[in-house]
Ligand binder design. Sequence first.
Ligand SMILES: [Zn+2]
Length: 264
Amino acid sequence: MRLADAHCHLLDSAFSADLAEVVERAKRAGVVYMVSSTLSVAEAMRHASMAGELMEAGVFWSIGLDPRLYSREAEEVEELARKFSHSIAAIGEVGLDFKMARGVEEREVQRRVFSDFISLAMELKKPIVVHSRWSQKAVLDLLEEHRADLVLLHAYTGSSSDVERAAKLGYLISVSTSVTRHAGTRRVAAEAPLECLVLESDSPALAPVAGERNEPANIAVAAAEVARIRGVEAAVVSEAAFENTVGLYSLPMSLLSSSRALDT
Ligand SMILES: [Zn+2]
């Protein structure tokens, strides 16, 4: 079974002691590709210094920014995305987090920065990985306004009508490993059309078991659970999600047969 982790954070400090083992376990579980997202200038610089080696191990890079850092680091992250556009698979995660931003002004800053990132992704012809907490409608409105076409809605928990709208717009809908325990995620896993479905771990967050450190190897658990919910074979889900992920990020199929261990 070929698997892909469409979104995770492997440079998070939770993995600083054993990143090579984590990637190795993912490989043994059948996870060929992982797309790891950075969330700050510091993290992006760190990923840049290891990007070649990570890519050989199947770990691709998406450059994004934590909404809490929008007013401080957005410009610098945009510059880095341009500088490393040859090396990154996507822009993101970026988006709106209205749980974090309760005030009108703060939400306006988020909209402005997110809009800039959508424009940048389109200019660089990269997909955009989107965070949408408490902001599903606002996110879809902005993406549609910009006519964004390469979109992954990460750890998606939108309503049934949001799922329908996103699918109509041709966006990919990402189901996280917490599908084992989260009602909204289970509903999305049942409703998303197969041609829009991808799987992600969002490691180290959203583990199948609450409170545990998550890792990309758990994509196998998510594939099995989504298949159970949909009443199909796990291979049907994993293969569709794999192909959708490879297609969105334009990942090189050459890695399928040979990839190296991470030497850190
Ligand atoms: Zn994430």
